[in-house]
Structure formats: C-alpha cells, structure tokens
Write a protein that binds this ligand. Structure first.
Ligand code: MN
Length: 142
C-alpha cells in the first residue's frame, strides 16, 4: 500500500488507508472480518443491519464491500442491485459472503453480477486473500 506523507499529517494518511465495509448479521462473523481487516491495516466499518447498507456505502465510499446474502430484514442480492443502480456506489466491488452452498444458488449470485463469492465457513486466509486481491495489497508474510 502506498502512503504519501504530506503537510496535513497523520489524519490525512489515515484517511487514505483502504476502507472495507462488511454487512453481516452474525456478530461472530463480523468480528472475524474485523480481525482480518485490522491485520491488513485497513479501515473497517461493520454493520449488522442490512437496511443501512446503501446509506453507509454512499456516505463512507468504501473501497470494497463484503455483503452477507442472508440478512433478516433484506437480502444481499437486492442490496447489491441497489448499490449497482446508484451512481455513487456502482463502482465499488462487492463480494458475496454466504452460507448458501447449492450450485444453483451460487450461479444465481454470480449471475446477479457480484465480483466474487466466498462461502461460510471460510478460513481467515481465504478472506484475507480475497480482500488483498481486490485492494491490490501485499499480504502479510505467514
Ligand atoms: Mn446472515
């Protein structure tokens, strides 16, 4: 990651760190993603309420969104369509995070246009690898 020093100091550098938004109703999964994002020295917003996804994405302009498909009030595929229809969020890559495992459901998710797909339960390394590849980050040496 390239960090430029300038006269505006630390706050400025900090705001240049990549920002990842994870929308996930399961607190444990949210903690795992938070842990991985911290280890990559990226900024993190975790949100359990899917209905806030569009608003948060518009306001915070994350570099990447990890979106749970099964959410209590809504679902990730509808949210994804909303993100892609909004010109202020349509450029943001979105990775589907889901426990849905049947081949037909995977097909449905990829046909909707998600950039990538990760199934739960996932390994920390898998999610780290995905985040790194979308943000062009170097992974920490294992
Ligand atoms: Mn869920």
């Amino acid at each position: 990651m390239r960090i430029e020093l300038d006269e505006s100091g630390k706050q400025q550098r900090n705001s240049e760190l990549p920002l990842i938004l994870a929308v996930e109703d399961n607190e444990d999964n949210l903690l795992i993603i938070n842990y991985v994002v911290d280890s990559l020295n990226c900024r993190f917003i975790g949100e359990a309420d899917g209905t806030k996804t569009l608003l948060i994405a518009r306001e915070s302009q994350p570099n990447l969104i990890l979106l749970d498909i099964m959410l209590p009030e809504t679902n990730g595929i509808d949210l994804f369509r909303g993100l892609k229809q909004d010109s202020s969020t349509s450029h943001i890559p979105v990775i589907a995070v889901t426990a849905l495992a049947r081949a037909e459901e995977k097909k449905h998710i990829l046909e909707a246009g998600f950039d990538a797909y990760i199934s739960k339960p996932y390994m920390l390394e898998e999610i780290e690898e995905l985040i790194c590849s979308y943000l062009n980050l170097k992974q920490n040496p294992q």
